[in-house]
Every structure is written in structure tokens, then in C-alpha cells.
Ligand binder design. Structure first.
Ligand code: ISL
Length: 589
């Protein structure tokens, strides 16, 4: 059927270029390095490669701060290298998707340099400039109380030359573009056309729902009175104008190509606020990344990345069940990612990275991920069970600017609040170990040679200590490996389309041990039952018993795949299942 578009069943693989493969000895991943691994990706079952930014950048935020959209950063390679990568992918029927970071540029982008140079510069209005707010003491303060996403400081930076402030929802090195200006939008559309003409196959759009700000830039509600700056929330997220902008983008660019596109859309609003982006008749995007499932284990403290170690499985399930069921009702399309370069590793987060649990956990999560409706996104390392950085690593191994600012911001806040010169921030460090983006950024582990075969030089970020044992090469030779399991699971997903398109029917939602659901594809008369033992005691997996509800007909059930000892093809002897720790089973009904 026509609603089964190619991009719905595609397997997308995200590469974080700095940490993927360095063909030389710079210690920094390169495009040539990525190209050398295309056969590996093909063999895994990948259809689309999405590259995190490789454009020219001062790397204040690892390339999410772009100083020239049409030039590549020399550290990664040249446009010719990129063309070679494109050709190697296309030759194998695979596609290449680029990251589009257009909510903001780098402060070193020529547009911003011009904009900053004077109030009457023709590009002044390309960014968001506002005069100071003067307080009772006569001090010049930011135009409002918005906190930037990173750290505790304001989302505004003062510029002395013109005595105004510019808006930066992220780092001060990432000034926000003024999307209200049609000339800015036109420049973005032109740049997108340019990439499409180079043979790129689509875009992943960074924080695309941040592009419209509330008129008049009002103060954000105060959620923490002890702090000067507050989360801006809906004053710069999911505003109605974003939909106008995207409709224009669709008409001016997207519609003219058979491309792939996904918008990154953080925010706390209900599914109904996110579905419109992907409802086909709205003519905006194909799908978005939401963040609700990234919040289940996060604490709600004064700073962004606190962790809640006592989350309940039922809360986790609720989020996924809700998105699966509601998105279908709304007529939009889901995207499924568990990991990316901004998130810790799921094995450590949801299951267990204890040596005895790790492989089993990784396979369980593969079954979970591949049995959710929507397009799936795998993040490098996920396919062979990479986990969080060792807890023993010191603060100095963490390279991400968010981590650094988070710790430093809190240190400053506490200094002020307590008057202590060196306040204790060990709790922040403890949280960061669990939640930091660095967890997802350690280099790929290709083999057991020096630096895990990632680079012949010193890696920009330390390689995980476990690479001698955990690496692609070892797993490629092992039929029982996590990597072999992922390959199989990805094949099964393509073969049984109920896993992609079927109706999602949650079972026993309050069960705190087992996650179970049915995927029912009525057009193909195909029905699958997924049962996943996610029980964790003190971080380790636990046995559990699951009762299959009576209304599910299991008389013809055959085991399709499992990470446990039950033989494939076996039928169900009883509707009471004794499950081993982290055991998962998918039955064809
Ligand atoms: O990781 C987060 C902060 O805790 C997220 O809120 C993240 O900032 C958000 O997902 C937006 O991410 C994207 O835009 C950022 C960039 O730093 C991230 O790497 C990128 O994925 C700014 O461009």
C-alpha cells in the first residue's frame, strides 16, 4: 500500500563522526574512515546513514555550531571525501542523510560576524537582538529571564559594540537565527537545495521546533526561585509559527525531492502537540524525535541532568505505549531511537551493564527497539552493546561542554548561595556519570588493537576500558554475539512488517517486571506477541513469571526469536511463562 513508504521501513544508523573511525592518526574520526566501514553497515542491514555535523565549525559544541554550511571541517576531510562516501553508499542502495543545524549558527559564521558589526548592518536582523533590561540598581540585564539549555546562565549574551543582547538558546557560541526574517529562511532553503544537488538524500533537523520565539520575548515562569534564569519552555518550543516555517520549507524544498527527513523536537507537551509535524496532509516533516522517553530516569532538580535512579518500569512503559497508540490515532508517524550522541547508553540505563547481564541486556533491548512501530534509528555502538563510561573515570575524561558547564554552573551557583569558596559538587558528578552525553561519545571499538582500532593516534576522547573484550571484530566472528543478534533482528523486522506497521496493543501495563505487547498487522493478517523481562532488582536482572492474558489466542504460537534458551519454532506449552533475567521472546501468533 502507498502508505508503506520506503522511509517507514528503513533502518537508519547514526554516525557521530568524531568518534566513528579515523583512517589516519589524527585521533579524530574522518569521512574516509566512515567510508571504509560502509560494507560493515551494509552487512548490518542499514539503509540510511545519518551523519552528525561535519561542516566547518569551531567545535564549541562538537559541530552543532556551524561556521559555514557549505564547507566541511578539515578535521573530517574534504568534499571529495564526502562524494566518495556518498557513492559507496549509493552503489549499495543506501542513502546519506545530513544534519541540518539551522536554529542557530556558530558565532564565527560570516552571517553573525556581519550581524554583530553594527545596528544598521544588512544582516543585523538575521539574528535575534534585543536591548538591555535595566534593573532598579541601574544595571543592564538580559532582555528576559530565559536560561540557556546548557549550564545555569542566561540565553542572552551582551555585545558591547552595539549595546544589545543576542539570543542563544544553547551556548553563547551558538546565536539563534531570526526565522521571522524571510531572507534568512530563503538562505536556508538555498543551502538545502545545494546539498540535495550534491547528492545528499535528506536531513535530520536539529531542534527544529525551537525556531520560533514568543513575540515580545516575555519572561518565563519561575520554576526555581533560587535561580536567576528559568527554563524558557514553550516560549521557544513548538510555537505555532514553527508550523508555518515548516510548511514553507516543504513547499520550497522538501516537496521537490524524494528525500528522508526527521525533525528533532524536544519538549514536554502531549503527543498531540508533536503529531502535526508528521501528519502527511500537513505537508511538514516525515517524523520527529521526541524526548518523553528520555525523561523517565531524570530527576527534576535545579540543574538539567539530575538522575532518578528509582524509576519504575510501568512509567517507562507508559511513555512508549502512549506514543505508539496515540501517534497511530493522530495519523502521524513515529521515529524510534533509544540512543544518540546526547544520551547515555541504554544498557547501562534501562537494563544492566554488569558483565553477566550485558550481552543479554543488549539483545533484549534490540528486540524491544525493533518491535516498536515507526522508523528505527540505531546509534553507533548500540549494535554491539557499548555501555556507559566506567564510573571510575575522573571529571577530566568528560569532554562535553554541557557536562563541563553543568558542573561549573552548579559550582558557581552554590558558591553564591553558600558563600563557600569550594562547595561540594560530588552529587552533580554522580548524576553526570549516569546522564552525561559523554557516555554516548566514546570512540567505536573496532578490534582489540591499540585504541580499539579507532585511530592510530591518540583519540580525542578516551576509549572505553573494555575494548579488548568488547569490539566489532570479535563479535563478527561469533554467531551468539550481540552484533549477530542485531543483524538477525533487523532482518526479522523487515520480514514481518507487523513489527513496523502493526497496531500496537499494550498488555498488562502495570506489570513492573515484564513489558509485553501485541503487534497486529490486519492487512497482512500477521500478529506477533512480544514479551520482555525487564525486571531489575539492585541494577541486576531478575527472573520473572508472566501470565499471558486469556484473550490472546496462543494456540498456534511459534517462537520467532529469543535471547534465551527456548528453541526457535517451539510452541507455547503453557500461558504461564517463567522468564530468565532479561529474557525476551517474540512469538508469531
Ligand atoms: O542533551 C540535551 C541537553 O540536556 C538536549 O536537550 C539537547 O540539547 C537537545 O536534544 C538538542 O540537541 C541538539 O542540539 C544541540 C546539540 O548540542 C545536540 O548535540 C543536538 O543533538 C544544539 O545544537
Amino acid at each position: 500500500p502507498s502508505d508503506r513508504a520506503w522511509w517507514k521501513s528503513a533502518t537508519v544508523y547514526q554516525v557521530y563522526p568524531a568518534s566513528f573511525c579515523d583512517h589516519g592518526s589524527s585521533g579524530f574520526g574522518t569521512i574516509k574512515g566512515i567510508t571504509s566501514k560502509v560494507p560493515y553497515l551494509k552487512d548490518l542491514g542499514v539503509d540510511i546513514l545519518w551523519l552528525s555535523p561535519i561542516y566547518q565549525s569551531p567545535l564549541a559544541d562538537m559541530g552543532y555550531d556551524i561556521s559555514d554550511y557549505q564547507a566541511l571541517d578539515k578535521r573530517y576531510g574534504t568534499l571529495d571525501d564526502w562524494k566518495e562516501l556518498r557513492d559507496e553508499l549509493h552503489k549499495r542502495g543506501m542513502k546519506l542523510v545530513m544534519d541540518l543545524v539551522v536554529n542557530h549558527t556558530s558565532d564565527e559564521h560570516a552571517w553573525f560576524k556581519e550581524s554583530k558589526s553594527s545596528i544598521d548592518n544588512s544582516k543585523r536582523d538575521w539574528y535575534i537582538w534585543q536591548p538591555s533590561k535595566v534593573n532598579e540598581k541601574g544595571e543592564k540585564k538580559p532582555p528576559n529571564n530565559w536560561k540557556s539549555i546548557f549550564g545555569a546562565g542566561p540565553a542572552w549574551e551582551y555585545d558591547e559594540t552595539t549595546d544589545q543582547w543576542y539570543c542563544h538558546t544553547f551556548l553563547k557560541e551558538q546565536p539563534d537565527l531570526n526565522w521571522e526574517n524571510p531572507t534568512v529562511r530563503k538562505a536556508i532553503w538555498d543551502m538545502m537545495h545545494w546539498w540535495m544537488k550534491q547528492g545528499c538524500d535528506g536531513f535530520r533537523m536539529d531542534v527544529i521546533n525551537f525556531t520560533s520565539k514568543a513575540p515580545g520575548f516575555p519572561d518565563a515562569p519561575i520554576v526555581d526561585p533560587s535561580r536567576e534564569y528559568q527554563p524558557f519552555g514553550n516560549l521557544s518550543i513548538n510555537r505555532p509559527r514553527v508550523h508555518d516555517f515548516l510548511k514553507e520549507m516543504y513547499k520550497e524544498v522538501l516537496e521537490q525531492y524524494d528525500l528522508f527527513c526527521v525533525g528533532e523536537c524536544p519538549g514536554d507537551e502531549p503527543v498531540s502537540a508533536f503529531a502535526p509535524y508528521s501528519i502527511p496532509s500537513n505537508k511538514e516533516l516525515q517524523m520527529v524525535f521526541h524526548f518523553h522517553h528520555q525523561g523517565f530516569d531524570r530527576g527534576r532538580g535545579g540543574f538539567g541532568r539530575t538522575a532518578n535512579f528509582d524509576w519504575k518500569l510501568s512509567d517507562f512503559k507508559k511513555v512508549f505505549n502512549h506514543w505508539q497508540v496515540e501517534m497511530e490515532k493522530e495519523g502521524g508517524w513515529n521515529s524510534n531511537y533509544l540512543e544518540n550522541h546526547d544520551q547515555p547508553r541504554t544498557i547501562s540505563r534501562i537494563a544492566s551493564d554488569h558483565p553477566e547481564d550485558r550481552a543479554k541486556s543488549a539483545k533484549l533491548l534490540s528486540m524491544f527497539h525493533c518491535s516498536l512501530g515507526g522508523t528505527i534509528f540505531i546509534y553507533q555502538g548500540q549494535e554491539w552493546g557499548l555501555c556507559n563510561v566506567p564510573r571510575s573515570w575522573g571529571e577530566e575524561e568528560y569532554k562535553d561542554i554541557e557536562t563541563i558547564q553543568e558542573i561549573e554552573g552548579e559550582r558557581q551557583h552554590r558558591k553564591k548561595a553558600t558563600g563557600e569558596a569550594n562547595p561540594d559538587v560530588s552529587d552533580v558528578l554522580k548524576y553526570m556519570r549516569q546522564t552525561a552525553r559523554d557516555n554516548g561519545r566514546t570512540p567505536m571499538q573496532w578490534d582489540d588493537s591499540d585504541n580499539a582500532g579507532f585511530s592510530k593516534g591518540t583519540p580525542w576522547m578516551r576509549v572505553h576500558d573494555d575494548y579488548k573484550e568488547w569490539n566489532v571484530s570479535a563479535q563478527s566472528k561469533d554467531d551468539a554475539s550481540v552484533l549477530a543478534f542485531w543483524k538477525k533482528m533487523l532482518r526479522i523486522r523487515k520480514q514481518y512488517e507487523a513489527l513496523i506497521y502493526g497496531i500496537f496493543v499494550p498488555i498488562d501495563e502495570d506489570n513492573e517486571s515484564t513489558y509485553a505487547y501485541v503487534r497486529d498487522d490486519k492487512t497482512k493478517n500477521e500478529k506477533l506477541l512480544v514479551i520482555l523481562n525487564m525486571a531489575r532488582g539492585t541494577g541486576r536482572g531478575e527472573k520473572s513469571t508472566f501470565n499471558i492474558p486469556k484473550d490472546i489466542d496462543v494456540s498456534k504460537a511459534k517462537l520467532l526469536i529469543s535471547n534465551g534458551s527456548e528453541a526457535e519454532g517451539s510452541s507455547l506449552a503453557s500461558d504461564v511463562l517463567d522468564l530468565e533475567p532479561f529474557e525476551g521472546r517474540i512469538y508469531l501468533l
